[in-house]
Design a protein around this ligand. Structure first.
Ligand SMILES: [Zn+2]
Length: 92
């Protein structure tokens, strides 16, 4: 699966995380979003939104450390509003 973030194509990879509390990651150099394949769908959805927000911030010029609390608040708010991975225009 792939998603465009600000026009940049990111590959989405499902991979079992070795850390029970880390469900996702975004690598801006490789343009890859990794999601924990073992996580429940609802956790994966919320994590995906979180990582996409990081991507939006980077590709709109915020390349330093992000305000993690703010990212978490926005992501969880969108998830609570019903946004899931299926809400995005994902490509195969
Ligand atoms: Zn984060």
């Amino acid at each position: 699966m792939k998603i465009k973030i600000c026009g940049i194509v990111y590959e989405i990879i499902l991979e079992d995380s070795p850390h029970y509390d880390q469900w996702g990651n975004i690598n801006h150099q490789k343009c890859v979003i990794t999601l924990d394949g073992k996580a429940q769908k609802q956790c994966r959805d919320a994590t995906f939104i979180h990582e996409v927000i990081h991507g939006i911030l980077v590709h709109t010029g915020d390349i330093g450390e992000h305000d993690e609390t703010l990212v978490r608040r926005i992501a969880n708010g969108l998830f609570q509003a019903g946004i899931t991975m299926e809400s995005f225009n994902l490509e195969e």
